[in-house]
Design a protein around this ligand. Structure first.
Ligand code: IMP
Ligand code: MG
Length: 186
């Protein structure tokens, strides 16, 4: 691995730079601004991994919109495990609204599949899925769902930064980096 030293002096490999993320976020926001012009869509962020992407994204979306958040618990450590559970529902009424779900990463696909079906029960006018990262190598074979927009497709590596964590660390890195948890020294 091409290791670099980060601000916490931990080994990691930068996969997507700050500049690359910025450009792609701008591009996606411009595309959706055109598509949803005059529709006042609701952006639903799935906490907490999406927080950085979400806040950068909505400031590049240049028409009326509303925002909301939900939490789904499904993830423990390096491997996704077991069932998904809604731990925080959205606050807005989504019936007949144009909803765009924003996620940090589409990994096994379980949590986004669950989230998507949960949002559908609220009878929105439309639902679109935008994920910053897609890790297709880890997709469970029974997941049919496809995100409508993917920021970046990444290899089968554990990534942190730009909202994504390892044991709640590294969410504040301004870029996306791959780590090997066994090489971290805390
Ligand atoms: P799923 O496996 O697609 O259900 O993803 C569940 C959640 O696991 C994602 O929303 C992320 O919060 C987290 N996750 C999946 N892959 C990674 C990773 O490489 N780094 C950090 N978090 C991840
Ligand atoms: Mg997530």
């Amino acid at each position: 691995m091409n290791y670099q030293i980060n601000m916490y002096d931990q080994p990691h490999e930068v996969l997507i730079s700050e500049a690359e993320i910025k450009a792609r976020v701008k591009e996606i926001a411009a595309e959706l601004t055109e598509e949803y012009r005059g529709k006042n869509p609701v952006f639903v962020g799935v906490m907490r991994g999406v927080c950085v992407f979400f806040s950068d994204f909505i400031r590049e979306f240049t028409d009326h919109c509303q925002i909301d958040f939900m939490s789904v618990s499904s993830y423990r450590g390096v491997h996704s495990t077991g069932e998904c559970k809604i731990t925080k529902d959205v606050s807005l009424e989504l019936r007949n609204r144009h909803v765009i779900i924003l996620e940090d990463i589409f990994d096994t696909g379980k949590s986004l599949d669950f989230t998507y079906n949960f949002i559908l029960t609220k009878k929105p006018a439309s639902v679109k899925i935008v994920t910053l990262l897609d890790k297709p190598a880890r997709r469970k074979p029974w997941i049919d769902l496809q995100p409508d927009i993917v920021g970046f497709t990444i290899p089968d590596k554990f990534v942190v930064g730009y909202g994504l964590d390892y044991n709640e660390q590294f969410r504040n890195l301004p870029y996306v980096a791959a780590i090997d948890p066994e090489e971290l020294h805390f």
